[in-house]
Design a protein around this ligand. Structure first.
Ligand SMILES: Cc1cc2nc3c(=O)[nH]c(=O)nc-3n(C[C@H](O)[C@H](O)[C@H](O)COP(=O)(O)O)c2cc1C
Length: 161
């Protein structure tokens, strides 16, 4: 699969097969993800591997689509808005890299925002309120949703003099 095919073909997976992903495989995707660009090489991401107990406490209603693996990615916070933004951008690149690595190898990811509720922060033990947390279900897709068409890029592009 070439890069453009991977980017365009990746979908947010709603439901997964029960088949587990080998630890060496998802760790390889994380390792690859860490080559994301980041300012001053601060690598502002931290990965929390969610165990059964924590997963039950998070009580995600669709249970991350029954994904066999759930990861929380914490983007380091900062009181300085510029630093926080930069961290979040770098961590987003990390997450996208991870999602693409998984997709390129026949797996999929379900990106959720549930990590940022006060309750989830407490369960995940993230006390820094300026940090952001993204929770990913990871597994082999049971089904792949239809593509959601994007606006033509011309409508998002402006030429400046
Ligand atoms: C920051 C962020 C937060 C997201 N949070 C959720 C979420 O809470 N629940 C969900 O179903 N999808 C979530 N998504 C996934 C989007 O809904 C999904 O990417 C979008 O609908 C486009 O679909 P596609 O990724 O399959 O192309 C999130 C995506 C991003 C980037």
């Amino acid at each position: 699969m070439d890069t453009i095919e991977a980017i365009v073909g990746r979908r947010n997976i709603k439901q997964f097969k029960s088949e587990p992903i080998a630890e060496a495989t998802w760790k390889k995707w994380l390792e690859a993800a860490s080559y994301a660009p980041n300012h001053r090489m601060n690598q502002p991401w931290e990965i929390l591997v969610i165990g059964e107990e924590t997963r039950a406490k998070l009580n995600h209603r669709p249970n991350f689509g029954d994904a066999p693996l759930v990861l929380a990615i914490v983007s380091q916070g900062s009181e300085k808005p510029v630093e926080r933004d930069e961290n979040l951008v770098a961590t987003s690149a990390f997450i996208q890299n991870f999602c693409l690595a998984a997709h390129a190898e026949g797996a999929g990811t379900r990106w959720t925002s549930i990590g940022n509720t006060p309750n989830a922060r407490e369960i995940l033990g993230v006390s820094d309120e300026t940090a952001t947390i993204w929770v990913l279900g990871v597994g082999y897709p049971l089904e792949v949703p239809e593509v959601k068409e994007r606006a033509p890029i011309e409508t998002k592009t402006r030429q400046l003099s």
